[in-house]
Ligand binder design. Structure first.
Ligand code: HEC
Length: 224
């Protein structure tokens, strides 16, 4: 069991590591500090063990598991349970360690129960992703996290029907974003940390449309 855990943890972390095209980026260390000493079986992990999350846990979005239009991983190696929660037709609570991303620059990570009742124990991240550089965490936290366009993550995600555990997709009841599924796919394909991949014509058009929208909508004070 210990070995199985260790292997799956390494695989999961490898999935979240920086793209192989970036030799300068350090490999993701096992960042769940208490567990790296004596990893218990995932199912027996005490709920109170804190999950330490660093920027090394984030990498090329397309190295994670695709579920419909978004990507998932699990920092504790429990990726099958995360995929199961994401795939369940009737929703469900995501397991501790789950990482969910629609776009390279934003992520949700599930902490152990008791982390924050208001967010269902999710932590929200805004990430800085640049070509040839390791991921940087720009902002992280719970109810205070605002994305670069001034939107509060929790305000938009909290209205999701309870069974979806604050995961929005297009139909779960969240406040909408101006990013269409085609735009999201194009943004995923142009994650600067991933190996380049070709864009279909509709994806190129979607990116141009998004750039025009952001150019018009971005508050001048944001400046970056
Ligand atoms: C204006 C509302 C809004 C804001 C602000 C917002 N989101 Fe979302 N988010 C959504 C919607 C709607 C989707 C689903 C989009 C889709 O699937 O087409 C989504 C999708 C996601 C997903 C993929 C899983 C899912 O819920 O479908 C993640 C992860 C995510 N957002 C994280 C964040 C983080 C982190 C922040 C803050 C830094 C944030 N979001 C800010 C509305 C918002």
């Amino acid at each position: 069991m210990r070995l199985a855990f260790a292997i799956s943890a390494i695989l999961a972390l490898a999935a979240c590591a920086a793209a192989p095209t970036e030799p300068a980026a350090p490999a993701a260390p096992l960042s769940v500090a208490p567990m790296s000493v004596a990893p218990p079986a995932v199912a027996e992990a005490p709920k109170s063990v804190a999950l330490e999350i660093t920027e090394a846990n984030f990498g090329c979005i397309r190295d994670m598991k695709a579920v419909r239009g978004f990507y998932v991983g699990n920092l504790l190696g429990n990726v099958d349970a995360t995929v199961a929660a994401a795939s369940a037709g009737e929703g469900g609570t995501y397991p501790v360690g789950s990482v969910v991303q629609l776009v390279p620059g934003e992520a949700m990570v599930k902490h152990p129960a008791g982390y924050d009742a208001a967010t269902n124990d999710w932590e929200f991240f805004e990430l800085d992703v640049k070509p040839g550089q390791p991921t940087k965490i720009r902002v992280r936290g719970t109810s205070q996290v605002v994305n670069q366009f001034g939107g509060n993550c929790l305000s938009c995600h909290a209205p999701a029907a309870a069974k979806w555990d604050m995961i929005c997709e297009q139909t779960h009841g969240c406040l909408p974003i101006p990013v269409t599924p085609t735009m999201a796919r194009a943004i995923q394909k142009t994650d600067p940390r991933c190996a380049p991949t070709a864009l279909a014509d509709d994806e190129k058009a979607a990116l141009a449309q998004l750039a025009a929208f952001l150019g018009a909508a971005r508050p001048p004070a944001a400046g970056q």
